[in-house]
Ligand binder design. Structure first.
Ligand SMILES: Cc1cc2nc3c(=O)[nH]c(=O)nc-3n(C[C@H](O)[C@H](O)[C@H](O)COP(=O)(O)OP(=O)(O)OC[C@H]3O[C@@H](n4cnc5c(N)ncnc54)[C@H](O)[C@@H]3O)c2cc1C
Length: 393
C-alpha cells in the first residue's frame, strides 16, 4: 500500500497552489481530498513518506463512545462517512469495516457511574450505545468472565477496519484523481509571502501557496513556533502487544477495562492485540516490557480467560500526538491569514479523518467553522477554555 502511494510522489518543483498541506498521514490525506473536491489546487508535502507516521501503526479502530460532545459529534459524522466509503472514495481495496462492537467494562460502581454519564451524553447525540448487565456482557463477549464486572457500556456500531491501510490508500488515490500532488519533501519553515505563504523545503527548494494547513502531528509545534505560535502538542509513546495469527476466533469485540488500563481484540488476520494502556508514560520499552506484559496477563486472567494460552511475542511501538485536554487542534490560527492546523489527534486520527477533512475544508474555502468545533480551536490554550476528553483509549 505504501509502495503504491509512493509512485505518486513528485520531484520538489511545485507550481504555486491554492493550498499546501504539510504532512501526508491520514489527516493530511483527508484534508487534501476534501479540498480538491471543492475545486482547489493542492500540494501535500511529507518528509518521511505518505502514511509513514502514526498512520502506519494504527490497527483500524473506529468508535463513537466518547466523553465530550465535540468528540461524539466528530465520531458520528465520520462513522456516517465511512458507512459510504465505497461510494465516496472508490477504494482500490475494500477496507472491510466490521462492526464488531466495543465493550467498556466496569469493575467498580464508581467506574460504572462515569460510564452511565458518558452514555447519556452519547445517546443525546444519537449514538446508539447502551448499558449492559454483567450477564448481557457475557453473552456479547464469549470468553468474558462476567463475574469480575459490575456492568458496562456497549455500542454495536463501533468496530474495526479489516484493512486500515486501504482507507489511507483510498483517501490518497481519490485526492490524486482530484488533482492533488504529493511531494517527498520535508518542510523546514513557513514564511508569509505577499498574500500567501512560502514553504522552504529541505534541499533548498521552495514552494508557494495561498494557504497552508499544517497536519504534521507532533512535529507541528516546531514548524509553527518560529512564527510565534506555541502549541502544546507532544509525542507520547504507546505500545501494543500482538500474538501470531490464530485460526480460531476467540474475541470479536474490542473489550476495554479502564480500571485495569487494558484493551484486547482479535483482528481480521487472526492476531490478538492486547495493550497495557498505561504503558505510554514510561518510554523505555526494553526495561518495562515485562511489567506491561504481566499487567496484560493479569487482566486476561481476571477478565478474558479465553486468551489465557495466547502468547504475545511482538511488541509494537507507536506515538500519539497529545494535547493537555486530549482534544485535537483544528482550524485557523489567529493573526496568521491563510494558516491552519490539524494536529494533536490524541489517538483518533483514522476514525475522525473524514470530519477533520470536512472541517478544515470549510475553514479554508468558506472561512467558516461550526460553532460546536470551538473547543478544538488553537485559541483555547490562551483562553484557558479547555474541554478535557476523558475517554481516550
Ligand atoms: C498504537 C496506536 C494505535 C492507534 N489506534 C488507532 C485506532 O484504532 N483508530 C484511530 O482512529 N487512531 C488510532 N491511532 C491514532 C492514529 O494512528 C493517529 O491519530 C493518526 O494516524 C494521526 O494521523 P496524522 O496524519 O495526523 O499524523 P501522522 O500519521 O503521524 O502523519 C504526520 C506526517 O507528517 C509528516 N511531517 C512531520 N513534519 C513534517 C515536515 N516538517 N515536513 C513534511 N512532513 C512532515 C510526517 O512524516 C508524517 O508522515 C493509534 C495510534 C497508535 C500509535
Amino acid at each position: 500500500m505504501l509502495a503504491d502511494m509512493s509512485s505518486s510522489l513528485h520531484a520538489t518543483t511545485v507550481p504555486t497552489v491554492d493550498v499546501a498541506i504539510v504532512g501526508a498521514g491520514i489527516t493530511g490525506l483527508s484534508i487534501a481530498w476534501h479540498l480538491v473536491r471543492r475545486g482547489l489546487s493542492v500540494a501535500a508535502f511529507d518528509g518521511r513518506g505518505i502514511g509513514s507516521g502514526a498512520t502506519a501503526i494504527q490497527p483500524g479502530g473506529v468508535r463513537q463512545q466518547w466523553a465530550t460532545a465535540v468528540a461524539c459529534k466528530m465520531a458520528r459524522e465520520a462513522f456516517d462517512f465511512y458507512g459510504e466509503i465505497g461510494a465516496r472514495l472508490q477504494p482500490a481495496v475494500d477496507p472491510g469495516m466490521t462492526a464488531c462492537g466495543y465493550l467498556f467494562v466496569a469493575q467498580e460502581q464508581a467506574e460504572l457511574a462515569g460510564q452511565r454519564e458518558r452514555l447519556a451524553l452519547q445517546n443525546s447525540l444519537g449514538i446508539p450505545s447502551r448499558e449492559v448487565t454483567p450477564a448481557e456482557a457475557g453473552e456479547l463477549v464469549e470468553g468474558l468472565d462476567a463475574s469480575n464486572i459490575v456492568g458496562g457500556v456497549w455500542c454495536d456500531q463501533d468496530g474495526y477496519f479489516d484493512r486500515p491501510l486501504a482507507v489511507v490508500g483510498a483517501f490518497h488515490d481519490a485526492a490524486v484523481r482530484g488533482g492533488a500532488t504529493f511531494h517527498d519533501a520535508q518542510v523546514q519553515s513557513l514564511e508569509r509571502d505577499g498574500d500567501g505563504w512560502l514553504l522552504r523545503l529541505r534541499g533548498g527548494s521552495t514552494a508557494r501557496a495561498g494557504a497552508v494547513v499544517v497536519a504534521a502531528a507532533w512535529d507541528t509545534p516546531a514548524l509553527l513556533s518560529p512564527l510565534g505560535i506555541e502549541l502544546p502538542i507532544e509525542r507520547e509513546p504507546k505500545y501494543l502487544f500482538y500474538s501470531d495469527p490464530i485460526r480460531e476466533r476467540l474475541l470479536e469485540p474490542l473489550v476495554i477495562a479502564p480500571e485495569r488500563h487494558f484493551a484486547a481484540k482479535q483482528l481480521a488476520d487472526g492476531s490478538v492485540l492486547a495493550s497495557d494502556l498505561g504503558a505510554g508514560s514510561a518510554n523505555r520499552p526494553n526495561e518495562h516490557r515485562e511489567i506491561w506484559h504481566s499487567n496484560v496477563r493479569r487482566a486476561i486472567t481476571e477478565l478474558l480467560p479465553i486468551l489465557e494460552y495466547v502468547s504475545f511475542p511482538v511488541l509494537v511501538e507507536g506515538f500519539y500526538d497529545v494535547t493537555p485536554d486530549r482534544q485535537p487542534v483544528l482550524g485557523p490560527l489567529d493573526g496568521h491569514d491563510g494558516l491552519f492546523v490539524a494536529a494533536g489527534l490524541n489517538g483518533r486520527g483514522l476514525m475522525m479523518a473524514p470530519t477533520i477533512g470536512r472541517v478544515l475544508a470549510d475553514g479554508v474555502v468558506d472561512g467558516r467553522t461550526d460553532d460546536w468545533i470551538a473547543p478544538l480551536l488553537a485559541s483555547r490554550f490562551a483562553d484557558g477554555t479547555l474541554t478535557p476528553e476523558l475517554q481516550v483509549v
